[in-house]
Design a protein around this ligand. Structure first.
Ligand code: ADP
Ligand code: MG
Length: 878
């Protein structure tokens, strides 16, 4: 088996299509090498090694070590250096690289191969002993931390103490003699902590680092990250061993990260940060404040330090050319890591750049309009769920505000919440329903759960490519990074800035688009849905076959959904209309009435209000179809439950409390979800449905007269399990229609019970349409209740019994089968049968794809999901 793949010197054994085997980093290093870009030579240990390692009790394949030695020879040939040779030492980095990018989750070791002898060789060769020692101390710190498990604080403390003693502010003030002292202390610290010496044998160092990278695949934060991002543990990571290049060789050396376009806005201009005389992770770690890449960016930020364009103009030009090459090759925005060694550019990584939703839209549209990608590709480039970020409010620019701090606009969006200072607390409070803003000096991979729970993140340190910024953009969470003026006191649980103190629990507003933090809650405004968003939606509408409707009943929701592009209402739940104060009284009267006359008298008081409800909806929707579901929940839901409530209600409707109590007890069910609800109410109390039908038809007539447009009413009967139920109820609805002289209407049913799905052939005799109520259909198919499933669903998901929560994403195998059966049987009876879905699943992209595949006519979802469903339906059709 080939466990090792070489790259470098203008060619490579791998390429970008081999991500599964080589990991993202390894595959792209190989690709860049083949493109002739300057990539330090190296080799990749495949993800198969990782799988083998974990399948075989953490043992490596027998033939791997030979291959590693050949890999090292390959690097030695290309660099003319030798691993472990004191006269001419080769140093390498050992870098993790999984299939899916997991930024900062796993470990990297730089400068490996240094020891007390080779460091002197490096000093001689470079003519710079200080540089060699700087590299060595970095190596000891990283290796001890990552491989040997001694926390890097141990070494940072030693360094800080030394700097204090000498009165230094910056690491760059350290002389070679200073480093000699510090390195000696570092080595003793390792020995003290572990009882053994820092390893001097480069091969032993390499083995240790490889073990550590494979081991880091199973560390806590990697496991959490995989869980949050749906990355299977079985994928494994690859390990890249690569010749070191040095960004810490003086003022013509540097290291940096860049994006070929702005990952925040999507603007087509280079974007990045770099540090002169620095190595690797200095940029991301936020230890020094990085400088800008371009002159324009420096001017905009009012930065004093020169940009790379100004400080290193020649390498900058070469870098910019490389951006063009890479974008043209990958046909997408790239996220790049590079190092400059004494004026020479080296490429260390490229990958498709993570971006905000807004940037994703802009980049897709720009690239399609420039002819770089097709319109279809552009549609596929935008994650439907990410659109959610764009649909939500931003700060109202005219609203009064009280600025407390200013940092970098690291991830856009606005949020309001209580200040918290630890990730654990962020998680706990958010679980308890609080909205929290996580405020940290800086974040690290251990903070993932807190960042996930927070509405927004604020850090005191770190740049636009700091951990907080990168992760927040990926999550779509607003973030302000590097708010340098705030002083956080973790012990006192507060931060202070410009003479003010903000304590834990106080409310702040964060605007990630401007980098501002305000005291208190600032008023928000509705999003702007024009521009790129409108374009992508237009393209999506042209590409999709599925219709998109909404689940809405209040005029506000109906209007919102229509503005978002809903082509009708797929589910208007009429019971919500009964819960408003005055009607609830009438409705309770109806429930308490002794006989049909009494019930009709009470219902006749509800009729005019209900008619007005429907009229309001019809007015907004014009000639778009409106599916109105007749009353569904069991009656006892409308009655008061506590003794005090019963007392008040009894008084207000003028019945003895005892009687009310008795009726409530009478209506109580042990299993209301499977009880007297839906069409079963209509069968027992037809006057309820008759009143609702009348209200619908009368509203329709009134609005038609008023506007000249005839509303399209689709009356939906819930919880049907047999054709007979629907036949009886449809008969009653038709009779009312005749009585009123109804205009345009059809009658159909929800399919939300397995029996209804199976008997769809008969049911279709009486229905013009079916709407799959997948919430109930999921409950009844699995025989589990949504309200109780929370206790055990997580176990089912974690033990792999269910892949996902079936209430979030449709169970295509089981529930999906029923949908397919009902579709076939229903259409066999009635070819013109209209089919839709109106559960929560209507707005879940994977479920939308399923609905497209089985040939439904439309999906219906909550208003804010409408744009998501439009795009998902287009992607399904492409
Ligand atoms: P991550 O996946 O966390 O980004 P990397 O493997 O990319 O980790 O390494 C982090 C940084 O270390 C890189 O961005 C780069 O600056 C530096 N680095 C890695 N390998 C080398 C190398 N061979 N020479 C110089 N710097 C390197
Ligand atoms: Mg990297």
């Amino acid at each position: 088996t080939q466990w090792v793949y070489n790259f470098g010197g203008g060619s490579a054994e791998g390429n970008t299509s081999m991500k599964n085997l080589l990991g993202g980093k390894g595959a792209n290093l190989a690709e860049m090498a083949s493109l002739g870009l300057p990539v330090p030579p190296g080799f990749t240990l495949t993800t198969d090694v990782c799988t083998y390692y974990y399948d075989n009790g953490e043992q490596y394949p027998d033939d791997m070590n030979d291959q590693i030695e050949k890999g090292l020879s390959h690097i030695e040939e290309l660099t003319g250096k030798k691993f472990g040779d004191p006269a001419n030492p080769l140093l390498v980095s050992v870098r993790s690289g999984a299939r899916a990018s997991m930024p900062g989750m796993m470990d990297t070791v730089l400068n490996l191969g240094l020891n007390d002898e080779t460091v002197e060789g490096l000093a001689k060769l470079s003519g710079d002993r200080r540089f060699a020692l700087d590299s060595y101390r970095r190596f000891i710190t990283m290796y001890s931390d990552v491989v040997m498990g001694v926390h890097h604080h141990t070494y940072e403390d030693i360094l800080e103490r030394h700097k204090d003693d000498q009165g230094y502010m910056l690491d760059t003030e350290m002389t070679a003699d200073d480093w000699d002292v510090v390195i000696k202390d570092f080595k003793s610290a390792t020995k003290r902590a572990l009882g053994r010496d820092f390893p001097q044998d480069p091969m032993e160092q390499l083995q240790g680092a490889v073990d550590a990278v494979f081991g880091s695949w199973m560390n806590e934060r990697a496991i959490v990250y995989r869980r949050l991002n749906d990355i299977p543990a079985a994928w494994g990571t690859a390990v890249n061993v690569q010749a070191m290049v040095f960004g810490n060789m003086g003022d013509t050396s540097a290291t940096g990260v860049a994006f070929t376009r702005d990952p925040s806005t999507g603007d087509n201009r280079y974007y990045g940060e770099f540090l002169i005389n620095a190595q690797g992770e200095d940029v991301v770690a936020g230890i020094r404040t990085p400088q800008t890449l371009t002159k324009v960016a420096r001017e905009e930020m009012g930065d004093d330090a020169p940009s790379m364009e100004e400080a290193l103009p020649e390498v900058y030009t070469q870098l910019a050319e490389t951006f063009v090459t890479l974008e043209a090759h990958y046909r997408d925005m790239q996220d790049i890591e590079f190092t400059v060694e004494e004026g020479k550019l080296w490429m260390l990584q490229t990958r498709t750049g993570k971006r905000t939703a807004r940037a994703a839209l802009k980049i897709a549209v720009d690239m399609a309009e420039a002819g770089q990608i097709s319109q279809e590709e552009a549609l596929l480039r935008v994650d439907p769920m990410s659109l959610d970020q764009l649909l939500h409010p931003t700060l109202n620019p005219d609203a009064p505000r009280d600025l407390v701090a200013m940092g970098l606009p690291a991830s856009p969006g606005a949020a309001i919440g209580e200040v918290v200072f630890t990730s654990d607390e962020a998680e706990t409070l958010s679980k308890a329903g609080h909205k929290v803003i996580l405020v940290r000096v800086e974040t690290s991979p251990e903070d993932i759960h807190g960042m996930h729970a927070a509405e927004a993140i604020v850090t005191a340190r770190g740049g636009m490519t700091s951990h907080a910024a990168v992760v927040a953009r990926g999550m779509g969470t607003p973030c302000v990074s590097g708010a340098g003026d705030i002083r956080i006191d973790y012990d006192a649980q507060q931060f202070s800035v410009a003479g003010r103190t903000i304590k834990k629990g106080e409310i702040v507003t964060v605007d990630g688009a401007t980098g501002q933090v305000f005291f208190g809650a600032v008023e928000m405004q509705q999003p702007e849905l024009s521009g790129d968003f409108a374009k992508v939606m237009k393209w999506a509408d042209a590409a999709r076959r599925l219709g998109i409707r909404t689940n809405a009943e209040t005029p506000l929701d109906v209007q919102t959904a229509k503005d978002f592009g809903a082509e009708g209402i797929g589910l208007c739940r009429t019971e919500h209309m009964f819960f408003e104060a005055d009607r609830l009284g009438y409705f309770r009267e109806m429930i308490l009435a002794e006989d049909k006359e009494g019930r009709e008298a009470a219902l006749s008081k509800i009729l005019p209000v209900q008619r007005e409800d429907f009229a309001a909806i019809f007015r907004i929707m014009g000639d778009l179809p409106c599916t109105i579901r007749l009353l569904d929940p069991p009656l006892h839901e409308f009655l008061p439950h506590t003794e005090a409530d019963i007392e008040t209600v009894a008084q207000s409707i003028g019945v003895p409390a005892k009687e009310l109590m008795a009726r409530a007890t009478d209506l109580a069910e042990s299993n209301p979800m499977l009880g007297h609800r839906g069409c079963r109410l209509g069968i027992s109390y037809p006057e309820i449905y008759e009143m609702q039908a009348r209200a619908i038809f009368e509203a329709q007539k009134a609005v038609a007269e008023e506007t000249g447009v005839t509303p399209v009413a689709e009356i939906m009967v819930p919880l049907v399990s047999s054709a007979k139920e629907l036949e009886i109820l449809k008969g009653k609805i038709d009779a009312i229609a005749k009585d009123v002289g109804a205009l345009d209407y059809i009658v159909g049913t929800m399919i939300e019970l397995p029996r209804a799905a199976l008997r769809a052939g008969d049911i279709a005799e009486h229905a013009e349409f079916f709407s799959f109520g997948t919430n109930d259909l999921t409950q009844t198919t699995f025989g589990l209740s949504r309200d109780d499933a929370g206790r055990f669903l997580p176990d089912y998901v974690s033990q792999g019994i269910m892949e996902k929560d079936p209430f979030m994403t449709l169970d295509q195998d089981g529930v999906g089968d029923l949908i397919q059966i009902a579709t076939e049987r229903g259409r066999k009876t009635k070819e013109s049968l209209k089919l839709g879905i109106c559960g929560e699943h209507g707005g879940d992209p994977a479920s939308v794809e399923f609905c497209h595949r089985v040939g439904l006519n439309y999906v219906s979802c909550s208003p804010y999901r409408v744009p998501i469903a439009r795009l998902a339906a287009a992607q399904a059709a492409i």
